[in-house]
Design a protein. Structure first.
Length: 152
């Protein structure tokens, strides 16, 4: 059995932590056994101003970066429903259709790219929906209906 990525390459973990905290100083890394959790306050920043904040947890699995990080909103602000792109019953966020991974979060992307891209976009969308606006980046249905929409 292979060692978890952060134990096999502790320098990578330290580099990621430095990069992330230079942009998001309120996100903190917590290695726990074979996984790494990143927890804290995630700001939505535009033109250098913080427009909104969410409490989040990101889980990096033992095979990271091959696997996609798992993101959860932990502040209880977002309803745990499919309409808000929360997978039921797990409670993790559906950031993108799995087959879009290669476009939205391609291999060799950094964890900071992940936070600045799909994670940021998701929370921008949630903030706008909370204000009564439509989802800004388009969206797919879930399950078979979403697969049909994506490939149509």
């Amino acid at each position: 059995m292979r060692k978890p990525w952060h134990k096999a390459n502790s320098a990578l973990l330290k580099q990621m932590e430095r990069e992330v905290q230079s942009t998001y100083p309120n996100l903190h890394f917590y290695p726990e056994k074979d996984r790494v959790f990143i927890r804290g306050s995630f700001p939505i920043i535009y033109d250098g101003k913080i427009l909104d904040r969410y409490l989040i947890e990101v889980e990096l699995l033992p095979d990271y970066p091959e696997s996609i990080p798992i993101v959860r909103e932990t502040g209880g602000r977002i309803p745990k429903t499919l309409d808000h792109h929360i997978n039921i019953p797990a409670g993790d966020i559906c950031l993108f259709f799995p087959d879009e991974r290669w476009k939205i979060y391609p291999p060799n992307s950094t964890f900071l790219d992940f936070l600045n891209g799909p994670v940021r976009n998701y929370f921008i969308g949630e903030s706008l929906v909370e204000l009564g606006q439509p989802w800004p980046f388009g969206q797919w249905s879930h399950d078979a209906e979403g697969i049909i929409e994506y490939y149509s």
